[in-house]
Design a protein around this ligand. Structure first.
Ligand code: 6PG
Length: 226
């Protein structure tokens, strides 16, 4: 379903309330909740709104959908964003599981990341995706080196190192099958340009990476504003 808003503030408030409701439901049902969020610039307001939601954050584990392979002192780090904007106020008690470990490459750190992920109780209650203007979501970049592996629904790897084409930093990402088993999956996008990309991705046969999510997850909730 598409939920459209006039601006980022209203969108963040509504999306935050919806996510908080799902986290409360999970805590009521199972005593704990697991959420993975995306980075980039779009989620900043969402993180601020979420940090003020009333729920038992001590029962919530937060992790990332994907991460740039940089320490959290680097401003490109998604962990840094979550730590500075989400894990404060009421959400300060949440447990955070970063994806980056201190190794020079994601390939060198992947064993440790997989061990951390394996220790989580799957599946995710909530996953929030973003989308880039090139139609990427998570770190599934068009032309990415391991794209077909990441999008392979029979892949049991859970997390993969990933390189975007061009000069971008190496990354690590959860795979498509992990995203699809989330109890609630959200796509959070802002901007008219991205609405056009979304329309392209919704065309049957689209090969944009985000189209793999749209085609496979009918219950996806898209939150959009100009
Ligand atoms: C990341 C992401 C990525 C992001 C999109 C949108 O770490 O970059 O998880 O998939 O959601 O690139 O990013 P913007 O919000 O910055 O446009």
């Amino acid at each position: 379903a598409l939920h459209a808003f006039d601006g980022g503030e209203a969108l963040a408030k509504a999306l935050s309330a919806s996510i908080a409701g799902k986290l409360r439901e999970a805590i009521d049902a199972r005593g704990e909740a697991l959420i993975a969020v995306s980075g980039g610039s779009t989620p900043k307001r969402l993180f601020e709104a979420l940090s003020n939601e009333t729920l038992d954050w001590s029962r919530v584990t937060v992790t990332l959908v994907d991460e740039r392979w940089v320490p959290d002192s680097d401003e490109r780090s998604n962990a840094r964003l979550v730590e500075s904007l989400l894990l404060q106020y009421k959400a300060a008690d949440a447990e955070f599981m970063p994806l980056y470990v201190e190794t020079p490459t994601p390939e060198a750190g992947i064993g440790e990341v997989r061990a951390r992920v394996a220790a989580l109780k799957q599946p995710f209650d909530v996953i929030v995706l973003g989308m880039g203007p090139d139609g990427h979501t998570a770190s599934f970049f068009p032309g990415g080196d391991r794209l077909s592996e990441a999008l392979d629904v029979s892949n049991t790897a859970l997390v993969l190192p990933m390189r975007a084409p061009g000069a971008g930093e190496p990354r690590i990402t959860f795979t498509l099958p992990v995203l699809l088993q989330a109890r609630s999956l959200y796509l959070h996008i802002q901007g008219n340009d991205k609405r056009d990309v979304l329309a392209q991705a919704e065309q049957p046969g689209s090969t944009l990476p985000v189209a793999s999510v749209l085609q496979a997850k009918r219950s996806l909730d898209i939150y959009w504003c100009p």
